[in-house]
Design a protein around this ligand. Structure first.
Ligand SMILES: Nc1ncnc2c1ncn2[C@@H]1O[C@H](COP(=O)(O)OP(=O)(O)OP(=O)(O)O)[C@@H](O)[C@H]1O
Length: 337
């Protein structure tokens, strides 16, 4: 498992805490200006015409605010919201139960929608398009399909893997919001808001340092903030910037936001494999991690930071990656770094 401190996926004990920090309106939602602007128009137009907003797909890596935005969509349009998730919908019947219970205008949030069963997906196509479904009763020759009218609803699907959604499902969303990792300045605003809500006073330099090390992800920023709050409580009277640095050092998060596993991967490529290329399974065996974890969590971050690259022959360390791993490269010598 990856280090829970920089895992963009929420731990089960974290959800209640996260709830308290969630922005409840588009105006309060920090960053993602493009998506905010797009949603604002879409929701306002639906309100003006007094109709249910189009179905919306929220796509992007974990921890960037998909659940938060779904709740905001409900709040901004004054509609109730019902929560479900792809893994909970394993049969068409599971979906029929959810859909038939919807009240008119309700927002149905389906998290991890790419993990829904195929049989349910087909039922969802008709539900999204015509607000009706066909329920099959009986088996074999006696089987019959009974049409059922549904209340008009807005489906808000969230996915970290939009490429895994079948095209017919993707096409039935009126709008897809692509969430991007946050710039450090936006994360600083997220942190400043969270610090205020948690009653932790942090100076701007400390907020900036935390933002820089939070991997562009509000969930990680809020989690690191909690660790810093603890550190400051225990070490009463310390400066906040020292607190940020000491707490993150204690929890193994380095200057660039890399944790123990990120560094192990980078160092294996740089030192054990001479900068690469090296295949994913060899890399996983070398650092003693699941290949899936490396591919889903570690690699995207290291690639985004320009520390490693993917080539058809395997993963390589970039000059910046080699430098971070302490390998002196020729261009590092030339730059005098
Ligand atoms: N733009 C934002 N402004 C302020 N806080 C945010 C923002 N986006 C996310 N957060 C905070 O980050 C945490 C994680 O957000 P959220 O649960 O919405 O992410 P998610 O994309 O749905 O993640 P997952 O895909 O793992 O469910 C929440 O505590 C939320 O308050």
């Amino acid at each position: 498992m990856t280090d829970p401190l920089v895992d963009p996926v929420a731990g089960s004990d974290e959800l209640a805490f996260e709830g308290a920090l969630r922005p409840t309106s588009l105006a309060e939602f920090v960053g993602q200006p493009k998506v905010r602007g797009q949603l604002e128009v879409l929701l306002r137009a639906a309100t003006i015409q007094e109709r249910t907003p189009d179905h919306i797909l929220l796509a992007g890596p974990p921890g960037l605010g998909k659940t938060t935005l779904a709740m905001i969509i409900g709040a901004e349009t004054g509609r109730p919201i019902r929560f479900s998730s792809g893994p909970a919908i394993q049969h068409a019947g599971d979906l029929a139960a959810v859909l038939s219970a919807l009240v008119p205008g309700e927002v149905l949030f389906v998290d991890e929608i790419h993990r829904m069963a195929r049989s349910a997906e087909e039922m969802l196509y008709l539900a999204m398009e015509d607000f009706k479904i066909d329920i099959m009763v009986g088996k074999g020759a006696g089987a019959a399909s009974i049409p059922l009218e549904l209340a008009p609803f807005t489906l808000v699907g969230a996915t970290t893997r939009s490429g895994m959604l079948p095209a017919p499902l993707r096409d039935r969303f009126g709008f897809t919001a692509h969430l991007e990792h946050y710039a450090a300045a936006d994360l600083e605003r997220v942190l400043s808001r969270s610090a205020r809500l948690m009653d932790v006073a942090l100076e701007p330099a400390a907020l900036g340092e935390l933002a820089r090390r939070s991997r562009g992800t509000p969930r990680i920023a809020n989690r690191l903030l909690r660790r810093v709050r603890d550190w400051l409580l225990v070490h009463e009277g310390s400066s906040d910037l020292d607190g940020v640095r000491a707490a993150l050092e204690l929890y193994d998060v380095d200057e660039a936001g890399l944790d123990r596993i990120d560094r192990a991967v980078l160092e294996a490529i740089a030192h054990r494999f001479g900068g690469g290329p090296v295949g994913l399974s060899t890399l996983a065996a070398t650092v003693g991690e699941e290949a899936d974890t490396i591919e889903a969590v570690v690699e995207p971050f290291l690639v985004r930071e320009g520390l490693i690259g993917r080539t058809p022959r395997g993963r390589i360390a970039t000059p910046a990656g080699l430098r971070h791993a302490g390998v002196v490269t020729q261009d590092a010598t030339l730059d005098g770094v």
